[in-house]
Write a protein that binds this ligand. Structure first.
Ligand code: SF4
Length: 100
């Protein structure tokens, strides 16, 4: 094999390694952007409160919190359609709460 072939093969492998190494960085950047959603404020929808202790609603039962609701995504988000684009507090509550 000639020197020229070796150099271009080495260059190709170096660039391919760099490209593969960059994939997780790009993925992590996307995750950061998702976490940057604003926090829902009290009253956002369904009588939401950021602290379940402040829930003043007849449907509320002690112990119900966002992080034990079926809509909780485990990462600060809520899968309920009325909470898209915002994060909710783990100890928040709203009247759409469903046992998770
Ligand atoms: S649907 Fe569940 S997770 Fe979403 S805001 Fe209401 S209580 Fe919290």
């Amino acid at each position: 094999m000639s020197d020229k072939t070796d150099i271009s093969r080495r260059t190709f492998l170096r660039r391919a390694s760099a490209a593969v190494a960059a994939i997780p960085v790009v993925s992590m950047a996307g995750m950061s952007a998702a976490k940057a959603s604003p926090m829902a404020e009290d009253g956002h929808a369904h009588n939401y409160v950021a602290d379940a202790a402040n829930a003043d609603h007849p449907d509320y039962s002690e112990g119900e919190r966002c992080d034990n609701c079926a809509f909780w995504d485990g990462n600060g988000g809520c899968h309920h359609a009325d909470f898209q684009g915002v994060n909710v507090s783990a100890n928040g509550w709203c009247d759409a709460w469903v046992s998770g």
